[in-house]
Write a protein that binds this ligand. Structure first.
Ligand SMILES: Cc1ncc(COP(=O)(O)O)c(C=O)c1O
Length: 495
């Protein structure tokens, strides 16, 4: 062995293979087959069951040891088609009405492939992908009626967006010193308010922000499932009298259980009077601004200090695409920016373009979520998304009528937007826990039939079958499938 070769470290003597293919044409052919399969999947989705139970044998194929040796892409693709694709939860299917899941869209799917190919890290730096995110931020300002001072950021979902809002509000109340000292010196008295119908992630955000869920007042709702303003005001007065410091109220625009919209203008007025942060959880409802008949019902949201929303719900962008907008962008920046030498900014070169997205949230490495939202808005246009949103609400009204004209079914909550809560009256003499069990079993039977997919919730302590119509593919045929299945399976269900 020559002397200089012997001195080189081992890894320098052999060039390891990269992860790129030996034959790009093979990869191209395989990639085209994969794309064709997904286009086939979406174009023929109506012919599939919404959801089907997962066989144990399939589940166990995902409980094996780490593969040390290479496998073929063709095999992995075959596994996907055979064992993964058929057993997803089915929210792309027009019959899916469980929880609040968006249906995605084909253009967003293609954009995801482009984003993955580019492999951009949207933490920051001087790159056009960050400008694409800024473009969507600008569009969200336009949708919500916010000014240039407002900042925006893509995040995983509204759970994270609500948490970010709470972190910013905490800095607004306690000053940036809280970032160093923690909340202990002054934060022990902070209290927050939301409706009893608010999503559980608001309480979770209180927990994660170190403020504690005990400092969150869950204000009862009125008959329309909106926060009771008199009780909210009374709770704030009581807390002040007890020496506590009210600092944050989270209104909901489109509640998770029934689709109620809290009185946003009245809450905005109250927040000004009380000098507290006004946040709107608009997970799905905020994009109702795109629908001409819903936008007026969201009046007051434009006065919020912060709004959380999800493009992956009514915005139809593939998961995940949550978003936070903060009126005072400088405060938002002051909540998260952390100068460190290895993220030093310059006025030119790749480290230009400050502030960066990482200065507005906890994530440094971030994917290119903005691209699928940009494509979706660019290709379909905001008006089309608004029409989809309106259509889902019209379908909810149709479902309400079907329930009201079916003697065996009863509505359990007003239908304010796109969510319908109902139950089967069950067999004669059935009530209380037995009727709840019957309806829970009925919801499962409908899911297992593959014809429709509702979820369940509790409305005034009664178990409700809940249909949230979010998907742009849903039509009256799917509403009929759900109601017909509830009636038919309700007849045959053994109790
Ligand atoms: C009103 C409301 N807030 C928050 C969330 C949580 O959103 P995400 O699942 O995107 O975190 C949801 C989810 O359905 C919701 O409906």
């Amino acid at each position: 062995m020559p002397a200089e070769a012997a001195m080189k470290p081992e890894s320098h003597r052999t060039t390891p293979d990269s992860l790129d293919p030996q034959d790009w044409q093979d990869l191209r052919n395989q990639g085209h087959r994969m794309l064709d399969d997904m286009i086939d999947y979406l174009s023929s989705i109506r012919g599939r069951p919404v959801w089907q139970p997962i066989p144990d044998a399939v589940r166990s194929t995902f409980q094996v040891g780490l593969p040390y040796e290479p496998g073929s892409l063709d095999d992995a693709h075959r596994r996907f088609m055979q064992d993964i694709l058929p057993y997803a939860v089915g929210n792309s299917h027009p019959g899916f009405m469980g929880w609040v899941h968006g249906g995605g869209n084909p253009v967003g799917m293609l954009a995801e492939m482009l984003a993955a190919g580019l492999n951009a890290n949207l933490g920051g730096r001087n790159q056009i992908p960050v400008e694409v995110e800024r473009q969507v931020v600008q569009w969200v300002r336009e949708i919500l009626g916010f000014s240039e001072e407002a900042s925006g950021l893509f995040v995983t979902g509204t759970s994270m967006a609500n948490l970010i809002a709470l972190w910013v509000a905490r800095v607004a109340m306690l000053g940036t010193a809280v970032r160093k000292e923690g909340i202990a010196p002054n934060g022990g008295k902070l209290v927050a308010y939301t409706s009893a119908g608010a999503h559980g992630c608001i309480a979770q955000a209180m927990d994660l922000a170190g403020l504690g869920t005990a400092a969150l007042r869950l204000i009862p709702m009125n008959a329309a499932f909106e926060i009771d303003m008199a009780l909210l005001e009374a709770a704030i007065a009581d807390d002040r009298a007890a020496g506590l410091q009210p600092f944050f109220v989270a209104a909901t625009a489109g509640s998770v259980d029934v689709g109620a919209i809290d009185p946003l203008s009245a809450i905005a007025d109250l927040a000004v009077r009380e000098q507290i942060w006004f946040h709107v959880d608009g997970a799905y409802g905020a994009l109702g601004m795109l629908a001409p008949e819903i936008a007026p019902r969201l009046a007051g949201m434009e006065r919020a200090n912060s709004v959380a929303l999800d493009f992956h719900k009514w915005g139809q962008v593939p998961y995940d695409a949550g978003f936070i907008m903060v009126r005072d962008g400088a405060l938002h920046h002051a909540t998260f920016s952390s100068p460190v030498s290895y993220l030093r900014r310059e006025s030119r070169g790749m480290a230009g373009g400050s502030p960066w997205p990482c200065d507005f949230g906890p994530d440094l490495s971030r994917g290119f979520r903005a691209l699928k939202a940009w494509f979706t808005l660019q290709v379909y246009g905001a008006d089309k998304l608004g029409q989809v949103i309106s259509h889902t609400c019209a379908l909810a009204q149709y479902m309400k009528q079907r329930i009201e004209t079916s003697a065996q079914l009863e509505l359990l909550a007003p239908v304010s937007l796109n969510i319908v809560c109902f139950r089967h009256r069950g067999k004669s003499g059935m009530d209380g826990a037995k009727l709840d069990r019957f309806n829970a079993d009925l919801a499962v039977a409908i899911q297992e039939s593959g014809k429709a997919a509702p979820s369940t919730t509790l409305i005034n302590g009664q178990l409700a079958i809940r249909a949230a119509i979010v998907n742009h593919r849903t039509e009256s045929a799917e509403v009929d499938a759900l109601i017909d299945s509830a009636l038919e399976l309700g007849e045959t269900l053994s109790v």
